[in-house]
Every structure is written in structure tokens, then in C-alpha cells.
Design a binder for this molecule. Structure first.
Ligand SMILES: [Zn+2]
Length: 220
């Protein structure tokens, strides 16, 4: 029988099975469900579990995760930069390459470098577009979010994932404009998109670019 990784009991009324991104089984069950109930339920759905688990594992294996090896590339503002490893202590970047330390903390240092650039670039773009659009955000924060490029809180704090600066600048600008528009419209209504289109005439293209390149979010 398939062994669940986790059994989560709550006030729900039925048993549900979930396959997580690693292909492992998570069971959600009511407080009163016994181990016997749960194993019978799992047995009944065994074929489904195997099938979904295999799919999830395949997805994981196909994910093009960067290992930051010599010769791999990583994007900065839409430009693919070749990674070199060498006897250096910090991250060096020029137009189309990165030189990273040949030590285990290279990834950490590269992410720190990206975050610093993200803070610098995004603050500048936000203040530029905020002025143009006559809106006043409360502040800009750089996050490590893997599920959203940007967001605007109810009190108009803007958050951006550092991963956004892997995208071309025009796409970065689109996300900035999108979040700034949320200061007036907290939804994605017609008037929201109207406002976006006034500042970014190519917003549909930029939105599509983000959808097509979503894997960038999970690359490092
Ligand atoms: Zn939005």
C-alpha cells in the first residue's frame, strides 16, 4: 500500500488525497477518521495515486533547475549571461557573463547580488512611473516569492520578487505599472486594465511573456 507522507486531520467531513509537487501523497481527513478508514480509502484510489505521483515526478525531473555550473546561462534583464566559476570571493557581472566564486556559497552570493540589483532597479522604476502616473506607493519591498512577480498590499506597499529582474526591462516596467495601478483599483476590473493600457500599450504582450516564462520563477 502507498504510505502517505502526511495525514492532516481537520474539521472536514470527507477524506481527500493530494499529490504534492514531489509526487508524495498527502491525506486530508476528518478528526474522526480511523487509520483503517484512511488505509481503505488509499487502497481504493491506488491506481489514481500511482498515476498522479508519476506525473508529478516527471514534472520535477523536467524542471530545468540551474546548478550554476561553468557554461550554464542565467538571465539578467532578459539577457542570457554565461556563468563562469573561478577563484574569486564575490560575484562579478559584465554585459553577458557572471563570474562566481568556486565555493559552495556561490548560489547564496548570486541571489544576494540579484536582490541588491532588484532593490536598486525596482525602486528607480517605481519612482519614475509613480510620478508619471501621479500615484504614491507607500514603499517598495523585495521578496523571494516564487508564485508572484509583484503585488500591492491594501495599504499600497509594493512587493516585487527579485526574480523579476531576470525578465527584460520592458516586462519589469509592465509589472511595476500593473502594481502601481492597483493603488487605485484593488481588482482586475475593466477600468484597472484600461488604466494599465494607458501607460503600457503592449501590456498584453508583456503579460503573455510572463506566462510563457513562468519557469524563471523556479530556476534558482
Ligand atoms: Zn494584479
Amino acid at each position: 500500500m502507498v504510505k502517505p507522507k502526511e495525514i492532516i486531520k481537520s474539521r472536514r467531513r470527507t477524506i481527500a488525497l493530494v499529490i504534492d509537487s514531489d509526487g508524495e501523497l498527502i491525506v486530508r481527513a476528518p478528526f474522526y477518521a480511523t487509520n483503517y478508514d484512511i488505509s481503505r480509502f488509499i487502497e481504493e484510489k491506488e491506481n489514481w495515486i500511482w498515476e498522479k505521483s508519476l506525473e508529478a515526478r516527471k514534472r520535477m525531473a523536467n524542471r530545468p533547475n540551474l546548478t550554476l555550473q561553468e557554461g550554464e546561462t542565467i538571465s539578467f534583464l532578459g539577457k542570457e549571461c554565461v556563468i563562469h566559476r573561478g577563484f574569486v570571493k564575490k560575484v562579478y557581472h559584465d554585459e553577458d557573463s557572471f563570474l562566481l566564486p568556486d565555493t559552495e556559497d556561490a548560489k547564496e552570493k548570486l541571489i544576494a547580488w540579484y536582490k541588491k540589483q532588484a532593490a536598486h532597479i525596482l525602486k528607480e522604476r517605481v519612482s519614475c512611473y509613480a510620478e508619471q502616473m501621479a500615484v504614491e506607493p507607500c514603499g517598495v519591498r523585495i521578496t523571494s516569492a516564487k508564485t508572484r512577480w509583484g503585488s500591492c498590499s491594501y495599504n499600497n506597499h509594493l512587493n516585487f520578487s527579485w526574480r523579476l529582474i531576470m525578465c527584460p526591462l520592458e516586462v519589469v516596467d509592465y509589472v511595476v505599472v500593473h502594481e502601481l495601478c492597483h493603488i487605485y483599483h484593488k481588482d482586475h476590473s475593466k477600468s484597472f486594465w484600461n488604466n494599465v493600457s494607458k501607460v503600457d500599450g503592449a501590456y498584453i504582450e508583456h503579460e503573455k511573456w510572463l506566462k510563457d516564462n513562468q519557469r524563471l520563477m523556479d530556476i534558482v
